[in-house]
Design a protein. Structure first.
Length: 276
């Protein structure tokens, strides 16, 4: 399983309820937000500037992700350094929520507000990853005869609090039929879906071919779309800020796509995300 994530800056009060007092969380946010913001931004700017000078992801002036080695099997990069051909990558280690909350309180008491804020961010990230992985485990192993592709499972977070949380799973028959779902807290996606919902029933291409229409999945309002190149896409809002997007490639009909989406426990996902 691949798990990718970046640090969110979350609302601390919901986390403090796990282990620390609400009073500590309130004071932490007030002071950390004022005194640590500039310091964190300056450090980030410095880091980004250093990365740009080093030009990461490229060697020898080639395109990103490539090296100077040519098709003849040369293992040297363009600048004369050897190309990396070993190593196990990075180990995914979710943050320890309780330890980071304890570290945050200690840092706050010592007036190290930047460290306190960082620890709260790490604790929030740990909670998000735990929720994301629980949702992945609750999803079916097979849907419509398609098996899950375990190495494609992903949990990612790139926002503040729950904003930017993304959970992904794909299913395939090993040939040309695929079903995938993405559970996301994404304001841009939600805005687009709300626009669809408020615009009427359906839209047509020239010639009368219907592009999209409103529908329902297990009582939840949804938008289903069809494109000859990419197949079916079914978007289901699940609360104020979250949605599930199902995609089906080489499904025979709209009904087959709807049946596949109906296998997923949408209400259970809502509950785990805390959506109403």
């Amino acid at each position: 399983m691949k798990i990718h994530y970046v640090l969110p800056i979350g609302v601390a009060l919901s986390l403090i309820a796990f282990s620390a007092s609400a009073q500590f969380g309130k004071r932490l946010l007030q002071k950390a937000g004022q005194k640590a913001e500039q310091k964190a931004e300056d450090a980030l700017d410095k880091k980004l500037a250093g990365n740009q000078n080093q030009n990461p992801g490229t060697t020898g002036g080639n395109a990103p992700g490539t090296t100077g080695a040519n098709s003849t099997g040369n293992t040297k990069s363009g600048n004369g350094n050897p190309s990396n051909n070993s190593g196990g990558g990075l180990v995914s280690t979710p943050p320890d929520v309780k330890q980071n909350l304890a570290d945050a309180e200690t840092a706050y008491q010592s007036k190290s507000y930047g460290e306190a804020r960082y620890s709260v961010q790490q604790a929030m990230l740990g909670v998000e990853l735990e929720i994301g992985n629980k949702i992945l485990k609750s999803l079916p192993s097979t849907i419509s005869g398609l098996n899950k592709i375990e190495q494609e499972d992903q949990v990612a977070s790139s926002g503040f609090g729950w904003a930017g949380l993304t959970i992904q799973r794909k299913y395939s028959d090993g040939k040309d039929k695929q079903f995938s779902l993405v559970i996301a807290n994404n304001s841009a996606w939600m805005s687009a879906i709300n626009l669809y919902m408020s615009s009427g029933g359906y839209a047509q291409q020239t010639g009368g071919q219907q592009n999209w229409k409103q529908t329902k999945v297990k009582g939840n309002r949804a938008i289903i779309e069809y494109n000859e190149g990419s197949g079916y896409k079914l978007s289901v809002p699940i609360g104020q800020s979250s949605l599930i997007v199902f995609e089906g490639i080489n499904f025979a009909s709209e009904q087959e796509m709807m049946t596949a989406a109906g296998v997923v426990d949408i209400d259970g996902i809502k509950k785990q995300l805390g959506e109403q």
